[in-house]
Design a protein around this ligand. Sequence first.
Ligand code: NAD
Length: 470
Amino acid sequence: MNQGIEEHLRVALEQQRAAFASETFPTLAVRRDRLARVRQMTEKHAQDLAAAIAQDFENRARQETLLTEVFTVQSAVRHAISHLPGWMKTRRVPTAMHFWPARNRLLRQPLGVVGVVSPWNYPYYLAMAPALAALAAGNRVLIKPSELTPATSELMARMVREHFAPEEMQVIVGDADVGRAFTSLPFDHLFFTGSTAVGRIVAQAAAKNLTPVTLELGGKSPALVDRSADIGVTAERLAFGKLLNAGQTCVAPDYVLAPREMVAPLVDAVLGRVRAMYPTLAHNPDYTSIVSPRHHARLQGLLDDAKAKGARLVPTHTEAPGGRKLVPHLVLDVTEQMTVMQEEIFGPLLPIVAYDKPEEALAYIQRHDRPLALYWFGRDAAAQRHAMEQTHAGGVTVNDCIWHLGQEEQPFGGVGASGIGSYHGEWGFRTFSKEKPIFEQTRFAGTKLFYPPYGATFDRMIGMLKKIAG
Ligand code: NAD
């Protein structure tokens, strides 16, 4: 770890701290202007982003980048700009009668300097979505993007340099060592998106400074197919959710739990839908490559391990896709001893686990780490309600995959091993604000009646309070 980068990080933080100290409560106009600049730079560089991400991945469809990185950021900006006046308002909150005429209120105040550490899978959206929420809440932002998407990280650094002063928002590129130095800085809040393993390390680094953290982590997100589900619709939506970005999506359905008698028709239906969406793989620009040779080898290793332990592998295509593309596979007859059922897959492999009774499927989910997402397919409302009450997950989409992530009116975040805290819309604004309770006393206050020397007045007052509390 070279000293230059540590010094650069320290200076960047101090510069932002000083700037924040001179503007501790940015006006609505200032915040809207910063958000508008996020919108402008995203608009201006949309095609550059698609090209850079395609270069980093070897291949990623331009359309996927426009939907999952450009549109998502633009819609979050639009939502924040229009709701900011309401979010920034000081809240009047009730005051217990015995404190009258004093009054309570709640001030939503920016925290200061926020650090954002982001992963490679949606390199622009996952850096910019937390960053824009932090800006909306009036903070300064330092971003450390992933080293696995160097072209995108460099582009993002240039875009931010062109549109923001370094004391407003800055991108610092670098690898895990830079990440370590970055996360040891005494930020006012640290927002980390990445793996559960690194999340643990980041939480420990932040704890040394008592820096509050939001951890947006991963995990194995199940898709639970109820007996009442429509097989065709379920198969199509699973195929899309699994193969978007070739499965390298934090909320991709990791594996499927399906009633035993529905497994065979579901396999046929998924194969049919995948082939309809991706008639070929090799020269198909719609089908994304695996981000690195190491990740490609890891996924191949999951297949080899499953096969060696008795799984049945069903490839969706027979062709050799070339480069770092990986043929999607359904993985049947899996057991918990297989690595594919232990690690987050993060690629185009879909294990299907058969169950006989719905309680078995629910018990399977409950026995494992709480996932980032849960998908439930079916039409039986009582079964759906039961599944929702019996399981924990960061978020749920019913009868589809992925789309709960696109909701600005709902919080997005994990639970247990899949994360701590949440963002999106007003939840992001609150994550990056101190909600400061203010109790304003009046000139003549009843609280004086509790002062010493204690005697009859105090006894009468405490008697009255007892009745109020009683
Ligand atoms: P990762 O944890 O390997 O890396 C994430 C970031 O942390 C990178 O910028 C990296 O440089 C940095 N980093 C690595 N080691 C570090 C350390 N010791 N200290 C500080 N920083 C360090 O994750 P990844 O491989 O980039 O992303 C994939 C993971 O992210 C998957 O588990 C996925 O589920 C998860 N993810 C979660 C969400 C979500 O919203 N919850 C979104 C996308 C991805």
